[in-house]
Design a protein around this ligand. Structure first.
Ligand code: HEC
Length: 410
């Protein structure tokens, strides 16, 4: 398989060079033959096929004739990235493809079958406006419909605004209709600019991951969705356990070995990180996220009698014990291994190499309809992640374009 891929890559190079020289002629021929309905020569036909495939994957719909020929021309000129940019101008890229890409990150079941919400809309807007994607977990940012575009306007206590945007088919690619705002500036917000932490403090994330439980779910799903790792993979029994809360039994079933060999591996690292969310909760009755600066939520102190000598949460501090040990391979590059609240924690997560590679892997799965299967795929993912990080641009559309080019022959 690796050999085949290398041979295909080799062919690509020589074909690409030849086409660059003959690009203009090829375009004229292709357009002429399209008009005449004549069969196309193989080379141009390949580019038309590539263009159609790329458009289907990025826009979710077939291209019109002009778009198809513009894209095929760019591919012929060796600029498949520009062909992808053309496809991404289709509103369907935002309203359908990105919506389906992001929706599973916003609920515990990881289902795509959920309405538009503030988390999804915010990520769509950030991708559209080329907001550096590493701000997704820390910026005071939210996208809403412009005032009066739909009824109701944004509400803290309901998702109806976003459902109306979806039901009315509002074009999310239009900067006049879906607009960037701050979470702290929204009516009814309980967040200051230094509390708002990108998608972590959206209403949808709160409903999904602050509901019930102990707010550890917010950490778990942040790791799944933005580091591409679940707790099974992260657990490490060599880290300090001083932050493990009182509710975790130190000898489940009377066996302290179970605690030390299993529970400890997840809870040592996770409990120290999830402290960041200590002032947050989801209020089911009001249907909103609540933020109580300086006041630790009861859920952090529940079941304190299980192990009274366990950690008692007194503030919203977090410590990243996973910077060392096996999880040092995630490539932590943030300013410090500790802080207060979700904003600095979000920045800590998004600064990792694992975050960058995870975004590329998700796009790969979305656009190529498969995961990486050989070394050539894995090398491509690393190279695209390098470009993603270069100069701090973190431009997601470039990731979509590069991935679409990588698998345009499949
Ligand atoms: C693979 C990682 C992992 C291991 C191992 C693990 N936990 Fe957890 N634990 C979690 C996660 C994640 C949550 C949060 C679950 C949620 O709210 O969705 C959690 C939640 C809890 C909670 C809070 C439950 C509640 O009311 O929401 C307790 C108590 C707990 N774990 C105890 C234990 C004990 C005792 C063990 C060992 C027998 C253990 N855990 C092993 C990851 C782990």
């Amino acid at each position: 398989m690796a050999n085949t891929m290398m041979m295909m890559d080799g062919c690509e190079d020589s074909r690409g060079k030849r086409r660059r020289t003959n690009g203009a002629v090829a375009l004229l021929l292709a357009v002429g033959m399209l008009l005449l309905g004549a069969p196309l020569a193989n080379a141009q036909m390949d580019d038309i096929d590539r263009a159609r495939r790329m458009h289907d994957r990025l826009a979710g719909v077939p291209p019109d004739a002009t778009t198809l020929s513009d894209m095929a021309t760019q591919i012929g000129l060796g600029r498949a990235d520009l062909a992808a940019e053309i496809a991404m101008r289709n509103p369907n890229f935002y309203n359908v493809v990105l919506k389906n890409f992001i929706t599973p990150w916003t609920n515990e079941a990881q289902t795509v079958f959920a309405p538009l919400n503030d988390y999804t809309a915010t990520v769509i807007g950030m991708i559209r406006d080329d907001v550096p994607f590493n701000l997704i977990l820390s910026e005071d940012i939210i996208y809403t419909g412009a005032n009066g575009v739909v009824s109701p306007n944004f509400q803290q206590t309901s998702n109806a605004h976003y459902e109306a945007l979806e039901d009315d088919g509002i074009d999310l690619s239009d900067p006049a209709l879906l607009i960037r705002r701050t979470q702290s500036g929204l009516p009814g917000s309980q967040l200051s600019p230094s509390d708002a932490a990108g998608v972590l403090t959206t209403r949808a994330a709160a409903e999904a991951f602050f509901v019930d439980g102990t707010n550890r779910a917010m950490w778990r799903f942040t790791a799944i969705n933005h580091l591409c790792r679940d707790m099974e993979e992260l657990k490490d029994i060599t880290r300090p356990g001083d932050r493990i809360r009182q509710d975790v039994n130190r000898s489940p079933g009377g066996d302290s070995q179970i605690y030390l060999n299993t529970c400890f591996g997840c809870h040592a690292g996770m409990d120290a990180l999830a402290g960041a969310f200590a002032y947050f909760d989801w209020d089911e009755d009001q249907g909103r996220m609540v933020h109580t600066p300086g006041v630790v939520q009861d859920k952090y102190l529940q079941n304190g009698n299980v192990f009274p000598f366990g950690y008692i949460t007194t503030d919203n501090s977090w410590i990243n014990y996973w910077r060392e040990g096996q999880n040092s391979t995630l490539g932590w590059r943030g300013p410090t291994d500790r802080g207060f609240g979700p904003k600095s924690l979000g920045a800590e997560v998004a600064s990792t190499r694992a975050f960058s590679v995870c975004q590329v892997e998700k796009v790969f799965q979305q656009v190529c309809f498969r995961g990486p299967r050989d070394q050539a795929d894995r090398d491509a993912i690393e190279a695209i992640a390098d470009d993603f990080e270069a100069n701090g641009t973190y431009r997601m559309k470039s990731v979509f374009a590069a991935v679409a080019e990588h698998c345009m022959n499949d």
